[in-house]
Design a protein around this ligand. Structure first.
Ligand code: DER
Length: 221
């Protein structure tokens, strides 16, 4: 938890007065939200766009002013977590089920800072099952098409029921073991009817902040 905390907090050093800030989702970004709340109490003035219902409620708890995404032209800086980060800063995201809004908000952002502990750094993506957001209609067929790409596919559950995203869709988790051509795989997955998007974030991160076990923070560049 400490590694995530120091990484999440360090990212707040890049937030300036008057910014529109994208708020990611997950347990590392939790610490970003908490630190932002403290800075707002000390006078920092920002508006924020949340990437999930979970983040919306945390932002309210920490006193962070939210603005609907539909009301912003662009976002100055988004801070988000990741499940895996490879040496080219390609990411696997979606462990928290928020990949679709996270990717849309990242796409609208001038900069994307990723915060993570060092366990997220990998040589190749893929050990973490790749989340894919799919529409409910025909999802069994969509799962069969995804398995045709060479992975085992499991519907994500919440208890005994299918997990439903904030957008009313399902998530299926695809175990590839190793993803050596993430850019191509991203395209192949999104070409399958029924797929809305997947957790591969290619060429989107502008900075990666890593919290280490020894209490230090590394800023990769
Ligand atoms: O769902 C996501 O992409 C989140 O950013 C999440 O996967 C990050 O994980 P964390 O809880 O370890 O920060």
């Amino acid at each position: 938890m400490e590694s995530k905390k120091i990484a999440g907090e360090r990212a707040v050093d890049y937030v300036r007065d008057g910014m529109i800030v994208g708020l990611g989702t997950g347990s590392t970004v939790y610490w970003t939200l908490s630190r932002l709340g403290e800075k707002i109490k000390q006078g920092l003035s920002i508006q924020a766009v949340a990437t999930s219902v979970q983040t919306e409620s945390l932002a309210k708890e920490f006193g962070i002013a939210l603005i609907p995404f539909s009301k912003v032209e662009s976002i100055d800086l988004t801070i988000d977590g990741a499940d895996e980060v490879d040496p080219e800063w390609n990411l696997v995201k979606g462990g928290g089920g928020a990949l679709l809004r996270e990717k849309i908000v990242a796409d609208a952002s001038k900069r994307l800072i990723i915060v993570a502990d060092e366990s997220k750094l990998v040589r190749h993506l893929g050990k973490f099952p790749l989340p894919v957001e799919v529409v409910k209609f025909g999802f069994e067929w969509t799962m069969r098409r995804l398995s045709g790409l060479g992975c085992s596919v499991k519907p994500r559950l919440s208890g005994d029921n299918p997990f439903v995203t904030d957008n009313g869709n399902f998530i299926v988790d695809c175990s590839f073991e190793s993803i050596v051509r993430p850019r191509e795989l991203h395209r192949e997955i999104n070409d399958i009817p029924g797929v809305i998007d997947n957790g591969l974030f290619i060429d989107r991160a502008s900075r990666v902040i890593v919290g280490c076990q020894d209490g230090t923070v590394k800023e990769l560049n």
